[in-house]
Design a protein around this ligand. Structure first.
Ligand code: 7TS
Length: 405
């Protein structure tokens, strides 16, 4: 295990106060705080290296390019992709999913073809496909969930038909914390010859992802949810799929030769990276990965699971507490709840006054809220720097708010 007090020093924001109270930051599924190591590296790059990548012969440009491409290699190793050609930098998970939705539907799908998602998706893995449904007449179907927050895979085989062209599922639900059995889903889908996209926004920060073991065809995640900067994310795609897909956007960097008659495109992954990339953010992301590796996923996961288990145990001692989803053993660092008929927004607002940052509302998962028959929840989500003492503060805060109603 790591020394949590030492770790917290790496994140200066954690020692600030809000409303004169020590900050208790439990909104990590929305975004995580950044360690000094990431901030220092980015500041240093802007101060000492800054130049556009891939186009200059000059020293700074080459140095910036080296940092940018070293980050790609870092990401490749982080998720165990076979090649750096399979690592496309995007602005985040949302852009990664939109890239696949746009390019895959354009080249691989016709009106009437189906994409299968799940009832627990974030809007980014629903609306991206609905936009394609509007444009190209594809059909968006979903796998239902059980009352305890698991995917109901009993009907998966019968939901896959010759019309199904892609399955796209969250690795971990941002509301329920359910860890979905993506390897099993991939096996079933592949048996039907159907590729699978895994939305890893809520898994990549918490446990070791191995895209080769998972055998998914696409994997998307965001840097800002794993201690890296905002505005940078990753689309992993198997080389054979990325080769088949047309570019998502046109512009500089992504071309081989442009004439009025015909334009040819760059090799992978540059074909999908039009325009100046956020090369400082890629360097920051590499440093965030280094930070995670310095603590190790085994220790991080153990710590976060202990927090999740402890939080659920403590919350259940509160009268009227309703926690959504499964038990602590099959969920990851996210606990969504409501207390009696106290509105989630009231609970969140009053907790905020006590210095406790949680998210409230539908969490960009309105179809899931409809399935649960609620308008929203209060959500506490954990990161490697949270403590049991912070959970005690949360629980005391909820008790205090509950007494006011
Ligand atoms: N997929 C999942 C499962 C997510 O949780 C999120 C963001 C996204 C995709 C989109 O990621 P982005 O980085 O492109 O925005 N989830 C949340 C959340 O739960 N609260 O705020 C953002």
């Amino acid at each position: 295990m790591y020394d949590i007090n030492k770790v917290r020093v790496d994140f200066p924001i954690l020692s600030r106060e809000v409303y004169g109270k020590p900050l208790v930051y439990l909104d990590n599924a929305a975004t995580t705080q950044k360690p000094l190591m990431v901030l220092d590296a980015m500041r240093d790059e802007y101060l000492n290296v800054n130049a556009n990548v891939h186009r200059g012969v000059h020293y700074l440009s080459q140095q910036a390019t080296d940092l940018h491409e070293a980050a790609r290699e870092k990401v490749r190793a982080f998720i165990n992709a076979r090649k750096t050609e399979e690592i496309v930098f995007t602005r985040g998970t949302t852009e990664a999913i939109n890239l696949v939705a746009s390019s895959f539907c354009e080249s691989q799908m016709q009106a009437g073809d189906e994409v299968l998602v799940t009832e627990m998706e974030h809007h980014s893995n629903i609306v991206s496909w609905q936009l394609q449904a509007m444009k190209r007449g594809i059909v968006v179907k979903h796998i239902s969930i059980t009352d305890d927050g698991f995917l109901d895979l009993s009907t998966l085989n019968s939901q896959l038909s010759t019309k199904t062209k892609l399955v796209s599922v969250a690795h971990v639900s941002n509301v329920l914390g359910t860890i979905n059995p993506v390897e099993e889903i991939v096996k079933i889908a592949h048996a039907h010859g159907i590729p699978v996209l895994v939305d890893g926004a809520q898994s990549a920060p918490h446990f070791k992802v191995d895209v080769q073991t998972m055998d998914c065809d696409f994997f998307a995640f965001s840097g800002h949810k794993m201690y890296g900067p905002t505005g940078i994310g990753v689309l992993y795609g198997k080389e054979e799929w990325l080769e088949k897909l047309p570019p998502y956007q046109g512009g500089g960097e992504m071309i081989d030769k442009v004439t009025w008659e015909k334009t040819t495109f760059e090799r992978l992954p540059f074909k999908f990276e039009a325009g100046t990339p956020d090369y400082v953010a890629t360097h920051g992301l590499a440093k965030a990965i280094e930070y995670i590796e310095s603590l190790g996923f085994d220790a991080i996961q153990q710590h976060e699971q202990e927090l999740t288990r402890y939080c659920m145990e403590q919350l259940m001692t509160i009268e009227g507490m309703h926690i959504y989803g499964s038990g602590a053993e099959s969920r990851d660092a996210v606990v969504s709840f409501n207390v009696g008929d106290i509105h989630h927004l009231d609970m969140g607002t009053l907790l905020d006054r006590l210095g406790i940052a949680v998210r409230t509302g539908h969490h960009c998962a309105q179809p899931l809220m409809d399935r649960l028959g609620i308008s929203g929840t209060v959500r506490a989500s954990f990161a490697l720097y949270n403590t049991k003492a912070e959970i005690d503060t949360l629980v005391a805060g909820i008790r205090r708010v509950a007494q006011m109603f």
